[in-house]
Design a protein around this ligand. Structure first.
Ligand code: NAI
Ligand code: MG
Length: 353
């Protein structure tokens, strides 16, 4: 029996509903693959902030460090400015544990309508640089809160940071063995320093992978081409900000953000990696039992793969694909009327069946 220690942070809003759904799936799948999960729940997030004035305790990272993986719901509350929630929990974890590759697959499953008139066979992964770039939080205010206030926000691009995420993308294209193509996204025509370094690094790493086709797009053209020819993308690698935006586009092209999983990986495995749906805390639908749990369940499937339980991870994805293809249990975001728990049970039934 393999045992894994998993830190569980449901967080805010619908995180409190989708993480329990993912845990039900883990509980069902563990015994089938001779694995068990020691879950450690952390009550960090908005409620913790209301009581303690911070999103997580000062020693939070020390508490997480020994764990094998982290399963996160979402953070964000309408009563707290979003930059506090994000910079108080999510971004520090990503940075402290060097989770530099944010892997966001987008697959158009059978039975799921895409908003596109002519959707192709969409099966792409956005690899987003996750520790630096535009989210490095370098900058400051001058004349703070005065009428002539100035804000400076700097993006940080390092050769090491670009090289490693680009290399990760090429390795992933090889491993997926689908179109064997990597598309790099920048805006190097307008941003002549960081993005130019990115282009140069991409070219250099690409030369190590002659078996993989390459493409470089400016982010505005990429946004257009995601919609015009989504089937042409395989692995897409982008900076923190561009990857964040484009992966919401790829999520909706494949039917709903409620289907979009993600992994924040430290590929070197020095630290625990973190698995979370792409979506946020969705306060508008929280607490009503109608949130789509599949993004969170698929994220748990990615966690299984990362832990070396590849077959278990694949069986989670097959079960989700089966439920979607059957079309009997769908939450409202997919045009259905099912409750979160019914959809979760349908996934578990398939795993058991
Ligand atoms: P959101 O992803 O929470 O919601 C966007 C839209 O998608 C809403 O209409 C929502 O109802 C819907 N939606 C999201 N997940 C769904 C699901 N699983 N099933 C069905 N419908 C779903 O993004 P929004 O509204 O921009 O942000 C809400 C809060 O979440 C903010 O406080 C924001 O900062 C935070 N946030 C947190 C993230 C994280 O923890 N990783 C990521 C994105 C936003
Ligand atoms: Mg986002």
């Amino acid at each position: 029996m393999q045992r894994f220690s998993i830190a569980v942070i449901p967080g805010d809003g619908v995180g409190q509903e989708v993480v329990p759904a993912a845990l039900r799936v883990l509980e069902a799948i563990g015994p089938r693959y001779d694995a068990s999960f020691d879950l450690k729940a952390f009550d960090w997030g908005a409620d913790y902030y209301f009581h303690h004035g911070r999103m997580m305790p000062a020693d939070a990272l020390e508490q997480l460090r020994p764990m094998d993986a982290i399963l996160l719901g979402a953070v964000g509350d309408p009563q707290i400015p979003d930059h506090i929630t994000l910079n108080g929990l999510l971004l520090p974890i990503r940075r402290a544990f060097d989770q530099f590759a944010n892997v966001r697959p987008a697959i158009l499953y059978d039975g799921v309508p895409s908003p596109l008139a002519r959707p192709g066979a969409i099966d792409m992964v956005v690899v987003r640089e996750n520790t630096e770039g535009e989210y490095a939080q370098v900058g400051g205010f001058v004349y703070h809160h005065q009428p002539e206030e100035v804000a400076i926000q700097t993006a940080v691009f390092t050769r090491r940071g670009i090289d490693r995420v680009v290399r990760f993308a090429f390795e992933l294209a090889r491993k997926r063995n689908k179109q064997r193509r990597v598309t790099s996204i920048t805006k190097s025509n307008a941003q002549g320093f960081g993005m130019v370094l990115w282009d140069r690094a991409f070219q250099a790493v690409a030369s190590e992978y002659p078996d993989i086709e390459t493409e470089s797009l400016l982010v505005d053209a990429a946004a257009m081409n995601f919609i015009r020819r989504p089937e042409s993308f395989d692995v897409v690698v982008a900076s923190n900000l561009f990857g964040d935006i484009l992966s919401d586009v790829s999520a909706i092209l494949t039917g709903s953000i409620g289907l979009a999983p993600s992994a924040n990986l430290d590929p070197t495995r020095r630290f625990p990696s973190m698995f979370e749906p792409v979506h946020g805390s969705a306060p508008g639908i929280a607490g009503r039992g109608i949130v789509n749990p599949l993004a969170s369940i698929l994220s748990a499937g990615m966690m299984l793969e990362h832990l070396g339980l590849e077959e278990a991870g694949r069986s989670v994805e097959r079960a989700v694909a089966g439920v979607l293809a059957e079309g009997k249990f769908k939450t409202p975001d997919l045009g259905g009327t099912s409750h979160t728990n019914e959809v979760t049970s349908a996934v578990i039934d398939r795993i058991a069946g």
